[in-house]
Write a protein that binds this ligand. Structure first.
Ligand code: URP
Ligand code: ZN
Ligand code: ZN
Ligand code: ZN
Length: 495
């Protein structure tokens, strides 16, 4: 194992506070946090530690991205995301994320249980970070023993279940199965998650657009309305309340849908929600006129109008939206020689329903959110840490091992230079998805070093970790207790 490391002169930022303190990493854990640790040199660990001067830097808990799709089959497994656990987790680390939570989806010739074991094997073979897994509850037609399998996976650390209210025919569950699943989730203490879009409304609107000859890529946006998202969010909340379970809504894109969540939370509902950088920082107006190139932006729910963004920022400020995940689902725009992937974003040009849904973002998440959130004063830096690390760790049963800078936590620490600028370039990452939504954007604030399990895995834009150093990360019971405080800045802005 790595030699102990003493980070001196930095400012530790957690979800609660910003404090000048040194951190000692030893044996893969945080061994000490405190002022002037080096002045307290004791025989043993401290004196043999490598001293690293991080004066002027922030020390953040490693980012937790609770929403990625690596090596992930979609559209009935007719294609799959192009990033694997190696490229995906390496890019995550380069951006300051040290934990990701991905998904187990039932494969056509395998049970949910077998699919889980295959995912764990893939993680152990290729990942360079800790990777947890949510299980996707398959639709009724594929059920067989799926719910029983999902129950059994709890003891293997799968403590969250995802339901799709969208994608009829391949993924969508009806309300009956959703209710049964929520009942079971409550009994087991697992957290149900929903992709909330009314799949029937999207299918109807898609058919109407195709009938009218409006089939081009930008029309994906018109087929996925605010109403379809808000309806599904509202329904999921009502169903979860009737089942007596907390609920997590993934990738909230619509301010109208966020309002449903805000109302329910005010009324005491235990509903938590995520949004993603692409919904806050990119807009329909950027791809409306791109024709076939609009495929790069296609994801569901869609990247919406610029006017929608303000409502999402407000929902972040008020705490209605509680986490930032990426929904990283990388597909290529161009065919790449030698890459073993089926045709992707351009597999049927001019026909929006054929475009694989999903955008990359696992590399950029912390940098673009820090730049657009903290540098602008929209987010207090402690709230930033809560959104990108601490809250997802709590909600998905990883806290305080992850998402914390505290004695005993995993030594996942990001050395963050708040003044350093970086230009976002897809080419600085090993991602196989061949573009970035943020290409050429200059951000201020970026990771200069990343420790994962006490090991220095990143300096600058270079990854140093050993291939396959990652491992499957079993999770504990989700902590869904309400936030006890919001930062003062957040409260002032809300007032
Ligand atoms: O468009 C998206 N979001 N693709 C990934 C799968 C999902 O719906 O989360
Ligand atoms: Zn989704
Ligand atoms: Zn997703
Ligand atoms: Zn590529």
């Amino acid at each position: 194992t790595a030699r102990p490391v003493l980070l001196t002169g930095g400012t530790v930022v957690t979800a609660e506070s910003t404090v000048r303190a040194d951190i000692l990493l030893d044996g893969g854990r945080i061994a000490a946090v405190g002022a002037d640790l080096s002045a307290q040199l004791q025989p043993g660990v401290l004196e043999c530690a490598e001293h690293v001067d991080v004066t002027g830097k922030l020390l953040l808990p490693g980012g937790v991205d609770a929403h990625t799709h690596l090596e992930y089959g979609i559209d009935g497994f007719t294609t799959r995301t192009v990033d694997d656990f190696a490229t995906g987790t390496t890019a995550a680390a380069l951006g300051g994320t040290t934990t990701v939570i991905d998904f187990v989806k039932k494969e056509p010739d395998h049970t949910v249980r077998e699919s889980f074991e295959r995912r764990v094997a893939a993680i152990e073979a290729r990942a360079v970070l800790n990777v947890g897994l949510h299980v996707i509850i398959p639709p009724q037609e594929q059920q067989i023993d799926a719910l029983d399998d999902a129950r059994a996976l709890r003891e293997h650390g799968v403590t969250s279940w995802k339901f799709f209210m969208a994608y009829p025919g391949t993924q969508m569950v009806d309300d009956g199965l959703l209710l049964r699943g929520m009942d079971a989730a409550r009994e087991l203490g697992v957290l149900p998650m929903v992709h909330a879009e009314n799949g029937h409304m999207v299918a109807r609107d898609t058919a109407q657009l195709l009938d009218a000859g409006t089939t081009g890529e930008p029309f994906h946006h018109a087929a996925h309305t605010h109403a379809a998202e808000a309806e599904a969010v509202h329904r999921a909340i009502v169903l979860a309340q009737s089942a007596g379970t907390p609920l997590f809504v993934v990738h909230v894109s619509s301010a109208q849908a966020a309002e449903e969540i805000g109302r329910a939370r005010l009324a005491g509902a235990r509903v938590w929600a995520e949004t993603c950088p692409q919904y806050l920082l990119t807009a329909y107006e950027e791809y409306a006129h791109l024709g076939q190139d609009a495929a790069a932006y296609i994801c569901s729910p869609p990247i919406r109008e610029r006017a929608n963004q303000a409502g999402l920022w407000t929902a972040l400020a008020t705490g209605t939206l509680a986490t930032i995940g990426t929904d990283h689902a990388g597909f290529c725009m161009e065919d790449h020689d030698g890459q073993d992937v089926p045709p992707q974003k351009r597999r049927s040009p001019g026909h929006f329903p054929s475009v694989p849904n999903g955008v990359p973002g696992v590399y950029e998440r912390l940098m673009v959110m820090y730049d657009a959130g903290v540098n602008t004063g929209r987010l207090d830096v402690t709230r930033f840490v809560d959104l990108v690390a601490t809250r997802p760790a709590k909600l998905f049963g990883l806290y305080p091992r992850k998402g914390a800078i505290a004695v005993g936590a995993d030594a996942d620490v990001v050395v963050w230079d708040p003044d350093r600028e970086r230009v976002i370039h897809h080419a600085d990452t090993p991602l196989r998805s061949d573009y970035s939504l943020y290409e050429g954007r200059t951000v201020r604030g970026c990771p200069t070093a990343v420790y994962a399990g006490g090991e220095l895995v990143v300096t600058g834009t270079t990854f140093h970790g050993a291939p396959g150093r990652g491992a499957y990360l079993p999770r504990e019971t989700p902590d869904v207790a309400p936030a006890t405080r919001l930062s003062s800045r957040t409260l002032q802005e809300t007032a």
